[in-house]
Design a protein around this ligand. Structure first.
Ligand SMILES: O=c1ccn([C@@H]2O[C@H](COP(=O)(O)O)[C@@H](O)[C@H]2O)c(=O)[nH]1
Length: 281
């Protein structure tokens, strides 16, 4: 992932076929409309950005036909040279986690992605099947730590008996898995770009950070700088609606992606940051 980010810049483009976006693109809220939307988006986005992030929920909402479209999205995006981070936020008891792992991280599955989002809230250890499979297959997992939604703070900032917040304890568990990995470990965390600066200590993470909430949820480039500091190494800002609203015209969508990517890139090029970015593996 680091190589792809160096090649194409640090932007993850979400593919979230919201019903309202289908309307805005002049498409029906049907599997056929979904397919047109998603594959048109992939055609532009996957040629531009390092990582595309289909949001599984919007495909699942269309039943089996929607899953078939998701399979095509995964295949087409990879063929176009982007990495696919499938946003499924799965988490369950270990034995069931094994089945999710087979669905999303086993190369024999039509839904196998380069990385998936997973939820540690059934216990961090329950994620072991996914972490192990991802490592064996050169894929990745991104563990929800401190999510971008306003409702998350009560649970994720709750203090544990050891004095850490729940979110910090997740970050530290991931850091332990990544310890010693060069240049970065393959287990990432999800930290919303909307999160208040200073809540988390990411200094020992040694892994990538998916930062959704950029754009439609209000986070800006300045927020990224304030939250992650000068060390943006491994930070992957993600945006879905704010990019997709620029379609359906492919030229307008492409221009929008380039504009956002340039904005983030300029921020990274500001004094004090360039050195860190060059250190990005
Ligand atoms: O903390 C999180 C984790 C995941 N998401 C997902 O990212 C996109 C955000 O969409 P926008 O349109 O850019 O708001 C969406 O798929 C979420 O489920 C997140 O927002 N926050």
């Amino acid at each position: 992932m680091a190589e792809k980010i160096r090649e194409r810049g640090p932007l993850c483009a979400g593919i979230d076929p919201h019903p309202g976006l289908l309307d805005a693109w002049g498409l029906e809220r049907t599997p056929a409309g979904l397919e047109k939307f998603a594959l048109s988006a992939v055609e532009v986005l996957a040629a531009e950005v390092a990582v595309v992030k289909p949001q599984s929920a919007f495909f699942e909402a269309h039943g089996a036909a929607g899953i078939a479209v998701l399979e095509r999205v995964v295949t087409e995006a990879r063929l176009a040279g982007a990495l696919v981070l499938l946003d499924v936020k799965r988490g369950d008891i270990g034995s069931t986690m094994g089945a999710y792992t087979a669905a999303y991280l086993d190369g024999h599955s039509a839904l196998a992605a380069d990385a998936v989002t997973v939820s540690p809230y059934l216990g961090f250890g329950s994620l072991a099947p996914a972490v192990t499979a991802a490592r064996e297959q050169g894929r990745g997992v991104f563990v929800l730590a401190r999510t971008s939604n306003p409702e998350a703070a009560g649970l994720q900032n709750a203090l544990l008996p050891n004095g850490k917040t729940v979110a910090q304890s997740i970050v530290d568990e991931v850091a332990a898995l990544n310890a010693g990995a060069e240049p970065l470990g393959d287990v990432g965390v999800v930290v919303g770009a909307t999160v208040a600066p200073g809540e988390l200590d990411l200094s020992a993470l040694n892994g990538p950070v998916l930062a959704p909430g950029f754009g439609a949820q209000g986070a800006t480039v300045s927020d990224l700088r304030a939250l992650f500091g000068a060390d943006l190494r491994g930070v992957l800002p993600a945006s879905s609606r704010d990019l997709l609203r620029r379609g359906p015209d492919p030229a307008a969508l492409r221009a929008g992606v380039r504009e956002v990517r340039a904005l983030i890139g300029q921020s990274l090029d500001e004094p004090g940051v360039t050195q860190q970015r060059e250190a990005f593996p």
